[in-house]
Every structure is written in structure tokens, then in C-alpha cells.
Write a protein that binds this ligand. Sequence first.
Ligand code: DGT
Ligand code: CA
Length: 359
Amino acid sequence: MVGHLDLDYFYAQVEEARDPSLRGLPVVVCVYSGRAEDSGVVSTANYKAREFGIRSGMPITLAKRRLKEVESKFIAMRRERYEAYSERIMTLLKEETDITEQTGIDEAFFDITAKAGNDFELASGIASEIKREVFQRERLTCSIGLGPNKIVAKLASDFLKPDGLTIVTPQQVKGFMDPLSVDKLYGIGSKSSALLREKGVVTIADLARTDLSLLEELFGRKLAVYIHNAANGVNEEPVTERGQATQISRIITLKRDSRNVDEILAQLTPTFEDLHSRVVEKKLFFRTVSVIGILTDLSIRTRTKTLEAPTAELSAIGGSAPDLLLSLIKESGELRRVGIKVSGFNEVKDQSSLAEFLQ
Ligand code: DGT
Ligand code: CA
């Protein structure tokens, strides 16, 4: 018994929850690049704004043009705020389900086989309860899909949005999946679906009927088998709890392309504290510090330093960055974006007992 939860128009909905005066207006959350006024892209938009054709990834200038005639609200993305909501909701989900596998900032699979067995009515009650709790605690709506496996659950959460609850029993799987377009299937991106369309494969029903040999030609053996099974509603992949983060990073876009160390450091340094506070929050010790450079041709360069011992000190980040950046720039052209990353984590296991001891 697998579920998939996806928060509705997540970043924009968080902004609405914090500021009720936004309700009813088109709300657009933007990632401003800082280069020129209004340069950057739309991160997401609420459903009112989507009625005007606003989409994730669209240039902010275009979104503003489309909303020129109506009262609307453009807000700069506040990632930390959304992460805090996400963490609380994922914790809630862990309390309500047997296994939770977070797959993005606003989505997760969950398994409730131990709680509900094969009883879809019981499972639907649990899903309604999760929706109610999320709304009561955070004032946010989400959409949930329930099915016999991950493939079906994911399709189901996407089927009815916002605030949806879609239940697909094993008997209903085929009828539910058949008419859907292949690009809805988890693991099929726009490139793969374009390839399939060329072969006349448009719906999942078409895909389910397609010869495995043709799929192998297009995608190779391994992916072909996965896709063939998925299209037939078959997927055995278990919901598995994910481990700790393996790296934490911050990346910024420079005000202008540059290979001047001082100029770049001046813009990168303010991100160190933010990065460091994430490390502290997650109670991690890091062993490596990296500087990442994204060049004007969008190629990526990295320089990494391994520390003598794991640490959680801010000074280890600030102390390593200049040399790493210098060495990176020596062998590269102008940077467009630059980032800082820590990894090689050791969890601090006894934090609470240590805190008690110190008291
Ligand atoms: P939904 O699920 O269709 O109701 O709408 P969202 O906004 O929750 O969309 P989703 O689930 O694909 O993405 C979750 C969040 O991730 C979204 O609120 C903002 C962010 N995001 C999604 N796509 C993009 C993108 O293309 N660029 C940026 N910067 N952020 C994105
Ligand atoms: Ca979402």
C-alpha cells in the first residue's frame, strides 16, 4: 500500500499561508539573478497565476508582461522558509506512516502496508487524516495518490490537483493508467516521450502494447524493462527511507562574469554563514570543503580540500575558500556562477546527551 504526497504550488502556497492578503491574487515566486532588474526566472506560481499562462522556469519579464493588466504579486524566493515547512511536514508524514521516502522538497512516497494491509478504505482514511493534519498545522493543501506501488501512487497524486485524493485499487490500475499520456510516467522525460511519439506511442496503453524489442532499441535493455513493466502497472521498487544528506551547498550568480578572486569572494562570502547554519541545524561535521565554478559556457569546475579532522566550524569554510578559488581560477576562464560546498559528513550522535551534560 503505497502513497505519494505532493504539496500544491508549494513555494507560492507557503507565501499565501504567511500572508492571507495574497489570497485570490496571482502570486509568482521568482528567482532573481541579481544581474538586472527583473532578470531571472519564475520558480513557481499559484493556480490563479497559472490561468494567465505563468509557468516554472519562465523569464520573470515574460510573466510580468502576461500579468500587466491585473493586480498580482511577485515575490523573491525564500528557500529557507520553504525548507522549514518541508521539514515539519516530512516529520509529520513520518509520524503517520510506516516508511517515508522524501524525493523532493515538497514530495514523498510513503508505505502504509503495515497499517492498512490491502484495505484501500482504511488507507484512504489515513491519507485523509494526513491531509487534514497538514492543513491544520501548516495551512497548506497537498495532493495524495494511493496505489499498489510507487508508479501508480505517483500518477495518482498528479491526477487531481490541488487538494486532491486519488485512490487506485489493483483492479483499477489498468483503466486508470491506459488513457494517460506517456510523459506522466515516472522516469520518462520530455526526450524519451518525444522518441516514443515518433513511433506513434502516445498513451500509456500504447506503451503497454509496445514490443519490448522496440523499447530496447530506444532505451537500452535495463530502462526498457523498467518502462515496459511500469506501463503495465508493475513496479516492485520498495519505499525506502533515505539517509542523511551527503552534501550541503550554496551557489550564487555573480553580478558580472569575472575571474577576479577578490571580487568573487566578496559576493560568495555572505553565503558561508547560511551554509554553516544548515550544517549546525543538521548536527553534522564535515570533512571536505569545495568551491564550485560555473563558467560562461556553463561547464563546471570544482576544487576540493580535505580537512585534517571533521569539523563544524564556520572558519574552516572561510579559511579554505580563498585558496580553492584561486587554484580554480588559475586554470579557468571567467566564472558566471560560483558556489561553496561541504561534504564528507560525520553525524554528531550524542548531541542531546552532551547538551544535558553541559547543563
Ligand atoms: P504543483 O505541484 O503543480 O501544484 O506545483 P509546485 O509549485 O509545487 O510544483 P512542483 O511540485 O513541480 O515543484 C515544487 C517546488 O519546486 C515549487 O513550488 C518551486 C520549485 N520549482 C519547481 N520547478 C522549478 C523551476 O523550474 N525552477 C525553480 N527555480 N524552482 C522550481
Ligand atoms: Ca508540488
